[in-house]
Design a protein around this ligand. Structure first.
Ligand code: MN
Length: 268
């Protein structure tokens, strides 16, 4: 939604792989064909920090020499969410039409959305009232040619998202399947797969003391056939609308039953 008197679109681009990652620049270059692009991103890799924000430390912001001419870029000593919040609060201000995060090196499917810094950055824009798009692809496909094709796709979607003039903002999580782009089957709207990952704990010893390592394994390919993990495995690009409230789908009746008489019990 361009404000009055402002016709040029403006897109904030961030990520969690750091400001010098190939994915963010490929994406920014394609987006710069349809909008003024400003990159505000963490100064280093920050994967799997989710929507973490830094409340007790100064967030230093530095304009960097862009890797592509004409794209302003600022690095932030903070998390992906810090970068987006600082960008919208100070560096750019609120005159932004869309927040795009990525391209992440590694897909963000199913319950990944809860820990992904890529999704976290986009979500931080969404939570502040902007439409947002997170873009991720499979780790092993990270060649320059592939990234530019994914970027072109993401930019098409971004252009439509802005042009649609939607009545409310939207947050979309976009993932590429593990295929060359010319072998991709198509595009599907997908749900989030549940029970998609499992965290296990492994024990180690460094010679002085023992420690634990959290291991996050992707499990369960037997997910719902409308879910992102299933459809990605079938070779589709997936778009998953993620809602603001994680409890959106909880049937109210279940919750009502759960809390029925609770207060009375407390008062007794
Ligand atoms: Mn990452």
């Amino acid at each position: 939604m361009a404000g009055p008197g402002r016709v040029i679109l403006r897109i904030l681009v961030s990520n969690d792989d750091g400001i010098y990652a190939d994915g963010i620049w490929a994406l920014a270059v394609e987006l710069s064909r349809i909008a003024e692009v400003i990159i505000v991103a963490p100064d280093r890799e920050q994967s799997a920090v989710g929507t973490a924000v830094s409340l007790r430390k100064p967030l230093r912001v530095q304009e960097i020499i862009p890797l592509h001419p004409g794209i302003r870029a600022y690095s932030v000593e903070g998390t992906p969410s810090d970068a987006v919040i600082v960008a919208l609060g100070k560096v750019i201000g609120e005159k932004v039409d869309l927040v795009v995060s990525g391209i992440n090196q590694g897909s963000n499917l199913g319950e990944d959305v809860l820990i992904s810094g890529t999704v976290g950055a986009a979500l931080s824009g969404y939570l502040r009232g902007f439409s947002a798009l997170a873009v991720s692809c499979e780790r092993q496909r990270f060649s320059a040619d592939y990234l530019s094709e994914v970027s072109r796709f993401a930019a098409l979607l971004a252009g439509r998202l802005v042009a649609a003039g939607l009545p409310s903002t939207l947050f979309l999580n976009l993932n590429m399947p593990d295929l060359p782009m010319n072998e991709v089957k198509g595009l599907k709207i997908a749900g989030l797969a549940h029970k998609s990952h499992v965290n296990t704990v492994e024990e180690g010893h460094d010679g002085r003391r023992s420690y634990y390592t959290l291991v996050r394994a992707s499990v369960n390919r037997q997910v719902d056939k409308r879910s992102d993990i299933w459809l990605a495995a079938q070779g589709y690009i997936t778009i998953t609308p993620v809602h603001l409230f994680l409890n959106d789908r909880l049937p109210l009746a279940v919750l009502e039953k759960l809390i029925s008489g609770l207060f009375e019990e407390f008062k007794r």
